[in-house]
Ligand binder design. Structure first.
Ligand SMILES: Cc1cc2nc3c(=O)[nH]c(=O)nc-3n(C[C@H](O)[C@H](O)[C@H](O)COP(=O)(O)OP(=O)(O)OC[C@H]3O[C@@H](n4cnc5c(N)ncnc54)[C@H](O)[C@@H]3O)c2cc1C
Length: 479
């Protein structure tokens, strides 16, 4: 590395890590040495865009999947230039393109490659293929320890480790989780290819991961019968039909956001949801969709969520989170159609039930389900159980050894609701003593506890741009 160059270690090389590296290289006023630490061979995929299954799609149209705030339709144009509509005709729902997540990962990888070859600051962006296991403060900057025994020194660190694979739900821990009929990783499509074509299958979870998995399972085994279960049996909502009356960038940068302009920042959950219900009722009177009001709340989340006192946030997590998430994270129309077809043909059913027990029985798993609002428990044998409880980013529960060690060492604090790490309004990681350091950031889903929304690509892009500018300005001032 050339002497005197500032160095930045980006930990994690999915969408967030790549966005941080690229936007830092664009904002820098001098050449930086930017290293993306990522164990996967390819950058830009992460968990979200590694799925090779042709039916695992982005859950919103291409224009939502932005990468450059100054060219929000860049991915849409890339799809056109790469004939995605011709190569993947099912992507088009009649109005918009819902591209494959794999293709999006390819696109993100290409953006990185472009900036590796040339970027405005002349920064070097390299990939260190390893996992970070620890980070320690040193005299000057940070020391990042890697799982291959190596170490990296950096003037600044950005954490983007985000989603860990789903944990095993308690009834399946122990004997069942090691059994061939239990599928812990819902994105391991090859493993699921081993499920018999006429199997009876239990899918645990009824969110977007379930939608991906049942689409694949039904496509590859028309005789399979699938039960998808969750405690409340709530299913993800359908996409909105009415197009927004402003661009995505306008919605994301509007000050104050529309919801706040109408209602301020309620300090009680009751007032917040009363305001939302009022907006929805007003829209309904005009024959318009609830989605419009809901999206206004979503786009105001970074102001509304932090304004709720902690006990109100806790109440949201206890009672409203599943409801919010099923309206927030919506089905690509292609998956919605596959699910409807499965139900119509009697191959797919949804249940609201608690899983009260599970044990191995020969080649099967015997699962005890207690339907919601019932005391009667029924046992059923399943030839396969697929864990679709969704990714975890709970740092303290050992979801990621690096985060675990940062928390143990006091350099970071887990959000009390399991929503990543505590950060300040500029994405600086808070230590146990509440202090922050202008050279230690987190970007993406790890920051959801602070911003309420940080999982969707547009929100991550905005954070990556802001952190890039901040670091660039900070280092420029230190010269
Ligand atoms: C299955 C799935 C589908 C999704 N679909 C959409 C969608 O359609 N639209 C949308 O807007 N959002 C979607 N999301 C939300 C998603 O969070 C964001 O879109 C975005 O892709 C997150 O990228 P990321 O880089 O933050 O996280 P991830 O994709 O989780 O990547 C994190 C990376 O960090 C690496 N890592 C972890 N620990 C370490 C370590 N210790 N050292 C080094 N590297 C480490 C991992 O290997 C991984 O590659 C989806 C999420 C999932 C899980």
């Amino acid at each position: 590395m050339p002497a005197n160059r500032r160095s930045v270690a980006v930990i994690g090389g999915g969408y967030s890590g790549v966005a941080c590296a690229v936007h830092l290289s664009r904002a820098a006023r001098e050449p930086f040495e930017i290293t993306i630490v990522e164990p996967r061979p390819e950058l830009g995929r992460g968990i979200a865009h590694s799925a090779g299954d042709p039916d695992h799609r982005l859950n919103a149209p291409t224009h939502i999947h932005c990468f450059y705030p100054d060219d929000m339709d860049h991915f849409t144009a890339w799809c056109a230039a790469n004939d995605i509509g011709q190569k993947d005709p099912d992507a088009f729902d009649g109005e918009r393109l819902y591209a494959r997540r794999w293709d999006y990962g390819t696109y993100i990888g290409e953006q990185l490659a472009r900036h590796q070859a040339d970027n405005p600051s002349g920064s070097a962006v390299t990939h260190r293929q390893a996992a970070a296991v620890d980070i320690a403060k040193q005299d000057k900057g940070w020391a990042v320890s890697l799982d291959d025994g190596g170490q990296l020194s950096a003037d600044a660190v950005i954490l983007t480790t985000s989603n860990a694979p789903p944990s095993v739900p308690p009834p399946f821990r122990g004997e069942v989780e090691g059994h061939a009929a239990f599928f812990r990783d819902p994105w391991d499509v090859d493993a699921m290819g081993r499920i018999a074509a006429d199997a009876r299958i239990l899918v645990v979870g009824t969110g977007l991961t379930m939608a991906d998995v049942v689409t694949t399972l039904m496509r590859d085994g028309p005789a399979r019968r699938i039960t998808a279960v969750s405690r409340r049996g709530l299913l993800p909502a359908r996409q909105r039909k009415e197009p927004p009356d402003e661009t995505l960038l306008e919605a994301l940068t509007r000050k104050p956001p529309k919801f706040v302009a109408r209602h301020g920042k309620p300090e009680r959950l009751l007032d917040l949801f009363r305001a939302l219900r009022g907006d929805i009722a007003a829209l309904a009177e005009q024959g318009r969709e609830w989605h419009i009001a809901f999206d206004d709340l979503r786009d105001a989340a970074s102001e509304v969520w932090p304004a709720l006192p902690r006990p109100e946030q806790a109440r949201f997590m206890r009672h409203l989170r599943p409801w919010y998430e099923t309206h927030r994270f919506r089905l690509p129309p292609q998956n919605a159609e596959a699910m409807d077809r499965g139900v119509r043909e009697g191959r797919l059913e949804f249940r609201a039930a608690d899983i009260v027990g599970a044990r191995v029985s020969g080649n099967c798993v015997d699962v005890s389900l207690k339907p919601r609002r019932s005391t009667r428990v029924a046992d059923t044998l399943y030839e396969a159980v697929v864990n679709c409880t969704g990714p975890v980013n709970v740092a303290s529960a050992g979801g990621n050894p690096l985060l675990h060690s940062l928390i143990e060492g006091g350099l970071a604090v887990a959000n009390p609701f399991g929503l990543g790490l505590e950060v300040d309004g500029d994405c600086r990681v808070k230590g146990r003593d509440g202090s922050t350091d202008g050279t230690f950031y987190a970007v993406g889903p790890l920051t959801r506890g602070r911003f309420g929304e940080s999982n969707g690509v547009p929100f991550i892009m905005m954070q990556a741009v802001a952190v890039g500018k901040k670091l660039a300005a900070q280092f420029a001032n230190q010269v």
